[in-house]
Every structure is written in C-alpha cells, then in structure tokens.
Write a protein that binds this ligand. Structure first.
Ligand code: AR6
Length: 187
C-alpha cells in the first residue's frame, strides 16, 4: 500500500534502514552521484564485494534493470542493493520505462529475500542518466506501490517501509506531487 511509502529530502547514505538502493552502472565499480557517495561513505568493503561479483556471477556486468546486494560497509544500513537504471532516450521511452520499473521491482525482490523490512531508494536514473524527474517519480512510485499491493511480486508483504530519499527540494516536491496523484487514484 502507498501508506508504506515515505518521502524524505536528504542524503541516502545517512538513512537508518535495512537496505539502501544504489543507482549504479553495469560495471558495479563505482561512479558519480549516489554511487560515488555510497562508496565514499560506505568504505572499501562495498567495492571489494562488487569486484567479487564481477569476478563470479556478473562477469559481463550487471544488466540494466537488474539488482544485486552487497554489504553496506560503514553505512548505517545493513545492505546496499545495486541496480542499474536505463539512460533516458525519448525515442525508446516505453522499453526504457519498463527497465526503470524493473529496477524498483528487482531491488525490492532482492531486499525482501535478504529479510529487509525497510528500504531506501534514490530517484534512480533521474540524475546523470537524464530521466525527466516527473516520469522518474511516477514510474518509481507507481512500481513500488504495485509491489506493496502484491500485484507484481511477492516481495511486498515483508516490507514495512519503502522510503524515497530525494536530493534537494525540487526533486522532493516532484515526488510529493506524484505521490499525491497516486493516492488520488485510490491505489
Ligand atoms: N542521496 C540521495 N540522492 C542523491 C545523492 C545522495 N547522496 N546524490 C545524488 N542524488 P545519479 P543516475 C540524487 O546521477 O541518474 C553514476 O555515475 C541525484 O540528484 O546518482 O541513475 C553511476 O555510476 C538524482 O536526483 O544516478 C551511473 O553511471 C538521483 O540521486 C550513473 O551515475 C540519481 O542521480 C547513474 O545515474
């Protein structure tokens, strides 16, 4: 249910939740934005586990729309769930919107499998990957609401809170409006 969705303006690396989601890239070896902040604050243990994943199961990198977990190192969270959002491309909107929805579904599935009850997401793909914030918000919130309602996956039942952590007041307000629309639809 959307009542288990919360919004905060802030820094995802400071969240006291079971799992924080990282807006990573396929290499899993770090980058800018959220990814850079998580590796910086979480310390080298996260990268060590990412390297092990690249040396084993994800030799070619993590495909867009998928998710995988590592330790959260020194972050307050227990796990980091790394997901790879799609780069925005207007001409391929539908396919890529589906991949963005998949990031949220897969991340929640992985988090629930670990036993996480509280999960924090950034606005995946809404930074360096260029998604218009309104679309990123509708897709992210809509997908999470469906998972919590049990429509798309069985992950929903275990989850007590899914928190969107938005960087800056503008992004926060976009998500606030999108959540209002979702509630207005009675979801
Ligand atoms: N806490 C919460 N949100 C943040 C933080 C933070 N500490 N830092 C940035 N944001 P982005 P993407 C916001 O670029 O678009 C990396 O290089 C940011 O303002 O982190 O999925 C990866 O390695 C924006 O609203 O992720 C990939 O190559 C949102 O988080 C690529 O960037 C997402 O921005 C992924 O790009």
């Amino acid at each position: 249910m959307v009542t288990r969705i919360t919004l905060v303006e802030g820094d995802i690396t400071e969240q006291q939740v079971d799992a924080v989601v990282n807006a990573a890239n396929s290499s899993l070896l770090g980058g800018g934005g959220v990814d850079g902040a998580i590796h910086r604050r979480g310390g080298p243990q996260i990268l060590e586990e990412c390297c092990r994943l690249r040396a084993s199961h994800w030799g070619k990198g993590l495909p867009t729309g998928r998710a995988v977990a590592t330790t959260a190192g020194r972050l307050p969270a227990r796990w980091v769930v790394h997901t790879v959002g799609p780069v925005y491309l207007a001409e391929e909107y539908e396919e890529r919107a589906e991949l963005l929805a998949s990031c949220y579904r897969e991340s929640l599935r992985v988090a629930a499998e670990l036993g996480a009850a509280t999960v924090a997401f950034p606005a995946v793909s809404a930074g360096i990957f260029g998604w218009p914030p309104v679309d990123a918000a509708r897709i992210g919130l809509g997908t999470v609401a469906r998972v919590l309602d049990g429509g798309d996956a069985h992950a929903g039942a275990e989850l007590a809170e899914v928190r969107f952590v938005l960087f800056g007041s503008e992004m926060y307000e976009v998500f606030e409006r999108a959540l209002g629309e979702l509630l207005g639809q009675g979801d």
